[in-house]
Design a binder for this molecule. Structure first.
Ligand code: UD1
Ligand code: UDP
Length: 374
């Protein structure tokens, strides 16, 4: 009998990591696939839906300017619960650790609907770094009946929390499937990623550093220190920084105040996924506090300096492609300058591409077949 699978997501990174799963499930006639977006993000979510060709059956349109965690979570619970009551899914699938994913799992639990968790088992073991994601994913982990762990490390973290091994599937990270899919699309149609041409021409001959930053735990002093680091790095004439700025007003106001008008900093709107993949290929170094970028940059052999105190993604660090540099201005600047000026240090990070324990294979499709077992 056909099973109804309800996939719930709401932000840019969830959409990127869910679309390969949605494509795979839709190709399988055993499933009736229903997608519900909370639209916790709006413009950044829509960019992904468009490139991935996904038209959600339900769109809660919940984003509000500078939304609070409690206001958002309350709206998510009632909105997602209503969709579940209408669709009566056999399984609810959530991804990652956002408010949407946590509320989706909780609303399903309140209805005793089984939950499958994509990107399960990431743990920093610090509930304030990242905040509130560490607690969100632990809540989901408590509820889920199926855990799709991207790596053996994440599977082990779940086993340490007494999740039965039979409920865990090590699947690889679906961001790698997304990146490969979008790279193939762009190879077939280069115009999909040609929108950076003007910036590329303006910065010809410069060494490109890609930047992203948006973490809630860095709001205020942390972001100001990051902005100051970018300003000091930009004082070098040989570099250019391309910085698609997250639309969160708490990020924008700090970055605008510190960086507007600097000739070799391009602060631009969020890039759609083909253009961000282009930025990843153009840059010499990524400087970021993003989760997804910590996974993508190592896959492409690009050194990534992670502006966080801790990470739930130790694989890139272990492989030597990623390095935690915190959020102190002096440390960030020193680490960037080392990579720019020390060829051996750079090639040690750029060469390391070991994905041992980080299989990038689309076996989640096989794992999702377990959804038939109710
Ligand atoms: C959210 C997730 C975070 C994830 C990040 C990815 C939570 C609590 N946080 O953080 O885990 O890493 O997304 O980017 O779930 N905004 C827009 N347009 C958009 C998106 C956001 O204007 O397309 C602005 C709005 O003012 C919105 C604010 O950004 O209120 C914050 O969005 P929100 O989803 O609450 O948090 P993020 O910081 O994006
Ligand atoms: N990304 C994008 N455009 C941008 C910046 C990032 O498409 O301008 C993609 C990036 O490739 C990665 C994801 O967004 O797959 C990461 O999202 P974000 O940093 O917002 O969230 P996090 O991963 O930290 O939860």
């Amino acid at each position: 009998m056909t099973k109804t699978i309800l996939l719930v997501f709401g932000t840019r990174p969830e959409a990127i990591k869910m679309f390969p799963v949605i494509h795979a499930l839709k190709a399988d006639p055993r499933f009736r696939v229903v997608t519900c977006v909370s639209a916790q993000h709006r413009g950044m979510l829509d960019q992904v839906l468009e490139i991935a060709g996904i038209v959600p059956e339900h769109d809660l349109d919940l984003m509000r300017p500078d939304q609070t965690l409690d206001g958002l979570t309350a709206a998510l619970l009632t909105g997602l619960g209503g969709v579940m009551d209408a669709e009566k899914p056999d399984w609810v699938v959530v991804q990652g650790d956002t408010a949407t994913a946590m509320a989706g799992a909780l609303a399903a639990y309140y209805r005793k609907v089984a939950v499958a968790h994509v990107e399960a088992g990431l743990r920093s073991h610090n509930i304030y770094h990242p905040w509130p994601e560490e607690v969100n994913r632990k809540i989901i982990g408590t509820i889920a009946a199926l855990h799709f762990a991207p790596t053996t490390t994440s599977a082990e973290a779940l086993i340490a929390e007494n999740v039965p091994a039979a409920a865990i599937h090590v699947t690889g990270n679906t961001v790698i499937d997304a990146l490969q899919w979008v790279s193939a699309r762009t190879a077939a149609d280069p115009a999909l990623a040609s929108g950076l041409a003007e910036i590329e021409a303006r910065f010809a001959g410069k060494r490109i550093i890609g930047v992203t930053s948006h973490r809630r735990e860095n709001f205020g002093g942390g972001l100001e220190a990051i902005a100051e680091a970018i300003r000091q790095i930009a004082a070098r004439e040989d570099v250019a920084l391309i910085f698609p700025v997250h639309p969160n007003p708490n990020v924008r106001k700090v970055m605008d105040a510190a960086l507007a008008g600097l000739p070799n900093v391009a602060m631009i709107e969020p890039l759609d996924y083909p253009h961000f993949a282009r930025l990843l290929s153009l840059c010499e170094i990524m400087l970021t506090d993003s989760g997804g970028v910590q996974e993508e940059a190592p896959a492409l052999g690009k050194p990534v300096l992670v502006m966080r105190e801790t990470t739930e993604r130790p694989e890139g660090i272990a492989a030597g492609t990623a390095k935690l540099v915190g959020t102190q201005t002096a440390r960030i600047v020193t680490e960037i300058f080392t990579l720019l000026d020390d060829k051996a240090a750079y090639s040690a990070m750029a060469r390391a591409q070991s994905f041992r324990g980080w299989p990038c294979c689309p076996s989640y499709r096989g794992a999702l077949r377990a959804c038939r077992v109710n």
